[in-house]
Design a protein around this ligand. Structure first.
Ligand code: GLU
Length: 611
């Protein structure tokens, strides 16, 4: 959460920082601010999005060759101008931006208050900044030294970037628990929460690790650990093009990403799945295949949409691999002293690979002897780096805050792992294995067909957009899809929605049913279908409005539904990859019809790097 950008070099810093912030806005949009070295430090900040800040600075002298910028997702102090970053130290000589939470800020603040400090904001960030300045003055040391000393006292997560008025070309940066990428140019350096702000300038990047501190000047990058030892920066080549992070003619990133799914699944399967030869190549998984086959238990650890992907995978792994699977919310798992036995396999699922709770959960499990597999989208992200092995989803950058293409790509990867393990273990017959490979191979094509119904779904959005609540129901593989459909609607349209296993409805939610409640059934043709059809009857009998996701040509469900959304026929194990698509579109179009900012829904942010 929160986007940070920095630049030092011969170019004008302000346009680079602003453009970078716009690309990182998906990470937070409570307020925006920049600090520029322009004959002394100049700080401009404003509640709201980057565009609001741009209006504020019209006519100002923004000339600078070094600058930092922040787009906030508030944790401490409400979103307003005062709490916006950058913050300035008591002397006014230092400016700092921060992504994360300083957990012991209250204690540090008390110490500073006793020393006579006062604070202009309610943030934990301003406390840390003044704490750093206090050390700098007391110890008569450099800013770099003061940061190092201060961070040894800090409990929490951070990326911080600092400017010092007395050293105008230098940016000091440090990280623990939040992401930081440094772009290395010729006589210039770029900084970002991810690589998107630097894409058009350089393809050489350094991913900063936890407990590292960087001193960045136009022609110099010094990396150190908190013990003041120099480290050699590991410069990597970035494999990301500018077009991948632009809207490409779509009104919103969310729509673009929904429509990209045939391609992203193709990319995810490419080089791995060979349906003719009957092979799945996944180097990371192969390395640990023996341990996975022999595992007594697999634990999927994730949050939000990724947790729903884990639920689908639970059904798939149990069916194909006959291994006991549990699915855990990372935030619960990490705090409750879970029982982990040597040889347990943990699959961590995260789009960003930076989800704070998931990261800590797997660190805990790793320390207890579990094997950690990461299923992440962002290459080089923290989860990818601390996992023993894993597989990237290759969905490309996902910028819409509500996850869509990352979900289906996670399903594709998890499915390939289950197929590979199940076949190697002998719990999956060759015939079924070969059949499923073929089916999986055909998913991109079927996704393209599912997307041809988007205009019809837009019409349904208009029809149902004024409902106060929605119920989403599904069974078996489609139960997690019902949860995901409800989550999408909540996120994007702010309509209350609940997902339930269809049979559970009778134990409570059915009391909500009346003629004003749309009940969305995820009812593609599978082994549970007849049961789901009975559940539809039950809703109809109580005058509920039935809207169903069905397999093309399913006349029985059509007859029972007020409206249907069709997807092509496919094996039930793979059906969630298709049945979720109409629900993504429905949520999107309801949000659009309600004139909401679907790419940046209120209070949310992508890449949840705070607990
Ligand atoms: N904790 C800081 C604040 O509330 C930073 C939050 C963020 O990562 O945007 O301002």
């Amino acid at each position: 959460m929160c986007g940070i950008v920095g630049y030092t070099g011969p170019r004008e810093a302000y346009p680079i920082v602003i453009k970078g912030l716009k690309r990182l806005e998906y990470r937070g949009y409570d307020s925006t601010g920049v600090a520029l070295q322009n004959d002394g430090l100049k700080v401009y900040k404003k509640k709201g999005k980057v565009a609001d800040l741009e209006e504020t600075v019209v006519g100002k002298n923004l000339h600078a060759h070094a600058g930092i910028g922040h787009t906030r997702w508030a944790t401490h102090g409400e979103p307003n101008d005062r709490n916006a970053h950058p913050h300035q130290s008591a002397s006014g000589k230092l400016a700092m931006i921060h992504n994360g939470i300083i957990e012991n800020y209250a204690q540090l603040k008390n110490e500073l208050l006793k020393k006579g400090y006062s604070f202009k904001s309610d943030t934990d960030t301003e406390v840390l900044l003044n704490f750093i300045e206090e050390i700098m003055i007391n110890n008569a040391c450099s800013l770099e030294e003061a940061v190092r000393v201060a961070l040894k006292r800090v409990v929490g997560a951070y990326v911080i970037l600092l400017l010092n008025e007395d050293d105008p070309e230098t940016i000091i940066a440090a990280r623990k628990g939040s992401p930081l990428v440094i772009g290395v140019g010729k006589g210039e350096h770029f900084l970002g929460s991810d690589a998107s702000p630097m894409l058009e300038y350089t393809k050489e990047v350094v991913y900063v690790n936890d407990y590292e501190l960087a001193i960045i000047r136009p022609d110099e990058l010094i990396l150190k650990n908190l013990g003041n030892e120099k480290l050699t920066p590991y410069v990597q080549k970035l494999d990301l093009e500018l077009a991948a992070i632009e809207k490409g003619g779509y009104d919103h990133f969310m729509l673009k990403e929904i429509f990209e799914q045939p391609q992203t699944i193709q990319d995810c399967l490419r080089g791995r799945l060979d349906a003719e030869a009957g092979t799945i190549t996944m180097a990371g998984i192969e390395q640990y295949a023996e341990q996975i086959i022999n595992a007594k238990r697999i634990v999927m650890v994730a949050c939000g949409t990724s947790w729903h992907a884990g639920l689908v995978a639970e059904y798939i792994f149990e069916e194909l691999c006959r291994i006991n699977v549990e699915v855990e919310y990372a935030s619960e798992f990490r705090y409750r002293n879970p029982v982990i036995s040597e040889g347990d396999v943990i699959i961590a699922i995260s789009q960003s690979g930076e989800t704070a709770d998931t990261l800590v959960a797997i660190e805990t499990a790793k320390a207890k002897g579990a094997i950690i597999l990461g299923v992440v989208n962002v290459v080089g992200s923290s989860i990818a780096r601390i996992s023993h092995a894993g597989a990237y989803t290759h969905a490309g950058p996902e910028i819409g805050v509500a996850s869509t293409k990352a979900f289906t790509a996670q399903l594709a990867v998890l499915c390939m792992i289950a197929l590979k393990i199940g076949y190697a273990k002998g719990t999956l017959s060759r015939e079924r294995y070969m059949g499923l490979l073929k089916e999986l191979n055909a998913i991109p094509e079927k996704l393209a067909i599912a997307l041809t119904h988007s205009e019809h779904i837009r019409g349904l959005a208009r029809k149902y957009m004024d409902a106060r609540d929605f119920l989403y129901l599904g069974r078996g593989y489609n139960f997690p899809v019902a949860l995901e459909g409800a989550l999408k609607l909540k996120e994007i349209s702010y309509i209350h929605a609940e997902g339930y296993p269809a049979a559970e409805m009778k134990h409570g939610p059915i009391a909500l049913v009346d003629e004003s409640l749309p009940v969305v059934f995820v009812a593609t043709r599978d082994s549970y279908h007849e049961k789901v059809v009975s559940n539809m009857q039950e809703i109809k009998a109580r005058k509920g409005m039935v809207v169903s996701v069905i397999t093309e040509g399913d006349e029985v469900s059509t007859g029972l539904s007020n409206d249907v959304m069709q997807v092509p026929e496919c094996d039930e194990i793979l059906a969630p990859m298709l049945s979720v698509v109409p629900l993504q579109l429905l949520a999107y179009y309801i949000g659009v019809e309600k004139k909401l900012d679907v790419d940046k829904p209120r209070n949310l942010a992508k890449s949840v790097t705070v607990e």
